[in-house]
Each structure stands twice: as C-alpha cells, then as structure tokens.
Design a protein. Structure first.
Length: 65
C-alpha cells in the first residue's frame, strides 16, 4: 500500500502498524505522531494499523524563543 511519511512516499505491505512505519524511518524520540492529522498516543503505535493513502506526520519538538 502507498502512504506518505512526512510528505515522502513509501510502499508498505498491508497489515503494517504505525510502529513498523516509525522503525522504517528510524524515528528517534522525542517526537509526536499524527495520522491523517489525528494525534496518535505512543501507547497506540503498535496497535494502530495503517491504511492505503494514510498521511503520517512525525513532529519533533522545537525549543528556543
């Protein structure tokens, strides 16, 4: 299935979880994740099954003033 991770296209097999996708891009904490603009709690990453055409945004905190 096709999906976007931070606006980059990726081809992943059906049944892929959000945890699988984050491992693919080697995401390092701290970060927050939204799928189709909906925040996903870290405790749900392993259970959140991705669907074709999902848009995943991995957002890193910004510090400073």
């Amino acid at each position: 299935m096709n999906l976007l991770i931070n606006d980059q296209p990726h081809q992943l097999p059906a049944g892929t979880t959000l945890s699988d996708a984050l491992a693919l891009i080697e995401a390092k904490p701290p970060f927050a994740v939204a799928v189709n603009r909906q925040f996903v709690p870290r405790s749900n990453y392993g259970a959140h099954l991705l669907q074709a055409d999902d848009r995943i945004e991995v957002i890193r905190p910004v510090t400073g003033g």
